[in-house]
Unconditional design. Structure first.
Length: 432
């Protein structure tokens, strides 16, 4: 089981059991001041039995349930702003045998302090039984108001990957004036995997040649990948296009995670904006957005754009509409032309959890002798020059260290990445 502020996830029936779900739901109830909680799920086969257990765990602690059924994660975030709390039964982009819980308070993902409380069993008040209600979300209408109508009836193909975006994404895009085709509506018949950032999206890429733009979502629709003219764009491009739209709307301050492309930062500054950097992770980006009173932000690595005026989460559905509304403007090609000059490489290296901190300390001592500009906000980020950097980060839940590299030269990116990878491996061998 993986436990982090991104969610509690595991292979259902193997390392995520109904007992765990009940225990975590009971403990989560202590945080719900409103005594109201919205519940939604993605499309995984285990969703119903887990959702029923979540609802039982909350109701026995006096929490009223507002059931949304199968909906994208951004819909649950939006509704949890109104009701005070939310739980999404999802493992996001993980394989379909996985499932999990994403917990929300007042429209935001829980922080580390709240997670620690949930994972340490709490004494709960069970004097009153909560009630269950079924509700419909106004998400589509509310998102359409933010985006506005688009002209020329653009043709859009949406690959939902068998996930929860299947009705909401097409409804929103149609409402703002698009002609929409959807593919991979059925999870069991989907031609691709649950994570669009790592899948080649062959069917969407092929069919996108006959339309204006294509979008692919993960199973809970917080991640978004853009396909244009038969080419799958990088996950950073999703964020870049969202940022370009936010600049058009008048945004000036932005938060980007440490692993986001330097090209997006350069574009923002070129347009007169300011960039703050945060640790990697949706909750970390949002905390920095609130702290700096920024207008938007996100993580390039996960194809996640965050627009807090609407939702305190990566919102793939809203972002797809915002991108369509930008598509026929110069800013659309401007930001992509800049981003295409940069090359990102991301890789995981196997390193035991108990060794990761020591490996990073060893690497810092080695790297500070070679480079002048080292940042330790999140792992070790080395600024090689104004167009090149690499980031080494440990995982708090897995036996891996993540390496991210970027340069405006593909050859340089490959060389820097290879050297960094070897340094990590050498450091691990020395410490083991």
């Amino acid at each position: 089981m993986k436990i982090s502020i991104s969610g509690i996830r595991g292979i259902f029936g193997k390392d995520l059991m109904l007992n765990d779900v009940l225990k975590f739901s009971n403990s989560f109830s202590v945080l719900i001041k409103s005594k109201k909680c919205v519940v939604g799920t993605d499309t995984r086969l285990s969703r119903n039995i887990i959702a029923e257990t979540v609802k039982a765990g909350l109701m026995q602690c006096g929490v009223d349930i507002y059931n949304l059924g199968v909906v994208p994660t951004p819909v649950v975030f939006r509704e949890s702003q109104k009701y005070g709390a939310g739980i999404v039964v999802t493992a996001s982009h993980n394989p379909t045998e996985w499932n999990g819980l994403k917990m929300l308070i007042d429209g935001k993902g829980i922080n580390q302090e709240q997670l620690d409380l949930i994972t340490n069993e709490q004494v709960t008040n069970k004097s009153k039984i909560g009630l269950e209600n079924n509700i419909n979300s106004a998400y589509v209408d509310e998102a359409a108001q933010i985006i506005g109508k688009v002209s020329d009836n653009p043709k859009v193909i949406v690959d939902v990957g068998g996930g929860s975006a299947k009705n909401i994404a097409s409804s929103l895009l149609q409402k703002i004036g698009c002609d929409v085709i959807t593919i991979n509506n059925d999870l069991e018949k989907s031609s691709r995997g649950p994570d669009p950032t790592s899948d080649p999206l062959d069917e969407l890429v092929s069919k996108s040649k006959d339309v204006d733009i294509g979008f692919a979502f993960d199973l809970d629709a917080d991640r978004l990948v853009v396909v244009k003219n038969g080419k799958k764009l990088s996950s950073d491009s999703t964020l870049g296009l969202g940022v370009a739209k936010a600049l058009e709307l008048g945004c000036k301050n932005f938060v980007l995670s440490q692993d986001t492309s330097i090209s997006i930062e350069k574009y923002i500054k070129k347009k007169g904006g300011t960039v703050f950097r945060s640790k990697v992770g949706e909750v970390n980006v949002i905390e920095k957005i609130v702290e700096t009173q920024s207008c938007a932000g996100g993580e390039g690595s996960s194809g996640g754009f965050i627009f807090p005026d609407f939702n305190f989460c990566r919102d793939g559905i809203l972002t797809s509409g915002l991108i369509v509304s930008l598509m026929r403007k110069d800013e659309f090609s401007d930001v992509l032309n800049l981003m295409e000059k940069y090359h990102q490489i991301r890789e995981k290296i196997e390193v035991g959890l108990e060794y990761q901190e020591k490996v990073l300390k060893n690497l810092f001592d080695v790297l500070k002798e070679k480079y002048r500009n080292l940042q330790t906000l999140d792992g070790i980020k080395v600024i090689v020059d104004e167009d090149s950097w690499f980031l080494i980060r440990k995982s708090n839940t897995e036996n891996i260290i993540r390496i991210s590299t970027e340069s405006n030269s593909l050859e340089d990116a490959r060389n820097i990445h290879l050297q960094t990878k070897e340094l990590v491996k050498q450091s691990y061998e020395q410490i083991k």
